[in-house]
Design a protein around this ligand. Structure first.
Ligand code: SF4
Ligand code: SF4
Length: 453
């Protein structure tokens, strides 16, 4: 493994990995609480439309809010019970949004329908995309873009590679790692399903070398064809390979993953389609398998709880809508050393204000950090050292972009490439002046949407 050098070519950083805190523990299922709050919209795209009413009885997997338009996704009930109310509540990101409050009756009525023997009948391939859309599958790496949309490239575009992101390059997080280790065959079957939908025969699963057990599990599933156990009908042939990649952040970002595996560079402002690639996450591959082989909607996910200030770091399987407080309790609670809380990873995560917010489809991790881990420091003036330029994987000059933003010169900031920023945080990580560079780029993007066209 040590000889592996495949990686993206420009910039990047290698922060403290912190994976050992949570990687070794077994997957823990969080007890389903009496009351859940399911956010109506949990994807990137047009908000979903509520289709239930206050007082209505619901079953596990029943649609609570349906997709509204082509770039949208439905949400489903994670429990059976009664809709208590529909209203606004705080969600991650410290803002309020519509949620559906459900009282869990503890019976899990309707769940049996998704527990039968999984079957991937390739003679029904024409239905696969519809099942993925109906199941509300979105990108589980954090972006939460509707998966069915990514699997339907424009008709004039030729896709020849499906790339699967198993890098989990964010420090501390191990939710993808445990899925690759424990459910490798289903992950690979999900990859095969997506390859079949796209009509590609080349699938590459990129995994950083700091996850040797995941690489081994996937490689074994592939070489022994374990993943075909659920296949029936006219099975297409696929060339699926696990590609070990150097541990380097942000290896799992779409453009960086494409470059590391295929050598292709996605031009500025373009999507992976433009270089013949579609990128999906390993957790998404598993959700795709569940949607196609079990017709099971996406109503639960694995969340890593970790950091020096949580009693039992590990990976926790929780229903969507479960309050973070229930996960924290399952992990033994936080310790007195708690200094900062983050939803997501330390590089791209968002501040977690309280434990009442619910688990959502895009929630990959929750960090509970000590003062030493959080390492918060005062922002000072830029000393023009250029470290941020060297670290930027997109070839940008973050110091210049953000200097323009400081003077509210949004157009100038955009002309320097602000819209190409993938908000990876590498620049901020290396900045000796502790400049809040990503926040300034985000502000530029916010104002760019308001500038006259
Ligand atoms: S400018 Fe954007 S893409 Fe470049 S390092 Fe900073 S956050 Fe990442
Ligand atoms: S790393 Fe920080 S101090 Fe150095 S040039 Fe960039 S913004 Fe300025």
């Amino acid at each position: 493994m040590s000889s592996v050098t495949a990686r993206f070519k420009r910039g990047g950083v290698h922060p403290y990995e912190g994976k050992e805190l949570s990687a070794a523990s077994e997957l823990v299922t969080v007890e389903v609480p009496k009351r859940l709050q399911v956010p109506v919209t949990q994807h990137l795209g047009k908000p979903s439309k509520v289709v239930v009413e206050k007082g209505q009885d619901v079953q596990v997997g029943q649609i609570l809010a349906e997709a509204d338009g082509p770039i949208s996704a439905p949400v489903h009930s994670p429990v059976s019970g009664k809709v208590l109310k529909i209203g606004d509540a705080e969600i991650v990101g410290a803002y309020r949004a519509p949620v559906i409050d459900i009282m869990n009756d503890g019976k899990f009525t309707g769940e049996e329908a998704f527990k039968g023997t999984p079957v991937v009948n390739w003679d029904e391939k024409g239905d696969f995309l519809g099942r993925i859309r109906s199941a509300g599958v979105v990108g589980l790496g954090g972006a939460a873009f509707p998966t069915a949309v990514k699997l339907r490239p424009p008709p004039n575009v030729k896709i020849d590679h499906l790339l699967i992101n198993g890098c989990e390059c964010e420090p501390y997080l191990t939710a993808d790692d445990i899925l690759m280790r424990e459910r490798a065959a289903e992950v690979v079957a999900g990859c095969a399903i997506m390859a079949g939908i796209l009509g590609v025969d080349r699938v590459r699963i990129g995994v950083e070398v700091n996850k040797p057990r995941a690489i081994e599990a996937l490689s074994t599933a592939i070489s022994q064809q374990v993943y075909t156990a659920t296949f029936k009908g006219a099975i297409p042939s696929f060339d699926i390979v696990t590609v070990p990649l150097r541990t380097m952040y942000p290896q799992g970002a779409e453009k960086q993953l494409i470059e590391a595996i295929t050598g292709r560079q996605v031009p500025s402002g373009q999507l992976p389609f433009s270089v013949g690639c579609v990128v999906q996450n390993v957790g998404t591959a598993l959700a795709v398998f569940d949607a196609v082989a079990r017709k099971r909607p996406l109503f639960e996910r694995v969340v890593t709880l970790t950091g020096g200030a949580i009693t039992n770091p590990g990976n926790y399987l929780a229903r969507i809508g479960t309050p973070v407080s229930a996960l924290v309790a399952a992990a033994g609670g936080t310790t007195e050393a708690l200094a900062a809380q983050v939803a997501g990873g330390p590089m791209m995560g968002k501040s977690l204000r309280n434990h009442d917010v619910p688990v959502v489809k895009g929630m990959s991790g929750l960090l509970f950090l000590t003062a030493a881990e959080a390492a918060a420091a005062e922002e000072t003036d830029c000393i023009r050292c250029g470290r941020c330029v060297n670290a930027c994987p997109m070839g940008l000059a973050p110091c210049e972009i953000t200097a323009q933003a400081d003077f509210l010169k949004w157009e100038k900031s955009i002309s320097l490439g602000a819209l190409d920023c993938v908000e990876c945080g590498s620049c901020q990580y290396v900045c000796p002046a502790n400049r809040f560079l990503v926040a300034r780029v985000r502000l530029t993007k916010f104002y760019s949407r308001r500038l006259p066209k």
